[in-house]
Design a binder for this molecule. Structure first.
Ligand SMILES: Nc1ncnc2c1ncn2[C@@H]1O[C@H](COP(=O)(O)OP(=O)(O)OP(=O)(O)O)[C@@H](O)[C@H]1O
Ligand SMILES: [Mg+2]
Length: 147
């Protein structure tokens, strides 16, 4: 079998004195959909935030496409193609609708006009509100962006 795209090996992660992740290992291969299932507080978000480089494991390792992510900052991990889509609304409330969409295209460079038009075609409500701050959208409108 080929190498995994993502490899998490025996990570231990702490929030201060709380030992949130105790020795988790898993691999994700190309084309696979892998689901983490667990009770509230089991450590799913902590695991994903560790993979994204927002938290650092005390021991163990995370590698993406064969490269250790230990010393790579979160924005560089995104540039390598490993992105996290947060749950809930999670819009940047003080930024406009258009700026929120531009943040979503962070790795695409400047040439995103076509993609923006496509998104506005799917969600005309957002086009009407493109210059409005995202925090002033209704709850359902905020979720349109991440739907
Ligand atoms: N910033 C933090 N500071 C202190 N403890 C934290 C912090 N974030 C998470 N924890 C604790 O770490 C443990 C794992 O939390 P985590 O958010 O990873 O769980 P989860 O599986 O995503 O839960 P849920 O299903 O409720 O989203 C919990 O005991 C939680 O209280
Ligand atoms: Mg969670």
């Amino acid at each position: 079998m080929s190498e995994p795209v993502l490899k998490v090996e025996n990570i231990n992660v702490y929030h201060g004195s709380i030992h949130a992740i105790k020795g988790i290992s898993f691999e994700v291969y190309e084309g696979e959909i892998v689901t983490l299932i667990g009770a509230n507080g089991a450590g799913k978000s902590t695991t994903l935030n560790t993979v994204s480089g927002l938290l650092h494991p005390a021991t163990g390792s995370v590698s993406f496409l064969g490269e250790s992510l230990a010393k790579i900052p979160p924005h560089k991990i995104v540039e390598r193609g490993l992105a996290q889509v947060p749950e809930g609304r999670r819009v940047f409330a003080q930024m406009t609708v258009q700026e929120n969409l531009e943040m979503g295209a962070y790795t695409q460079g400047d040439d995103i006009e076509g993609d923006l038009e496509k998104v506005y075609g799917l969600f005309p409500r957002l086009k009407e509100r493109m210059r409005q701050t995202a925090g002033t959208l209704s709850g359902g409108e905020q979720r349109l962006k991440t739907a």
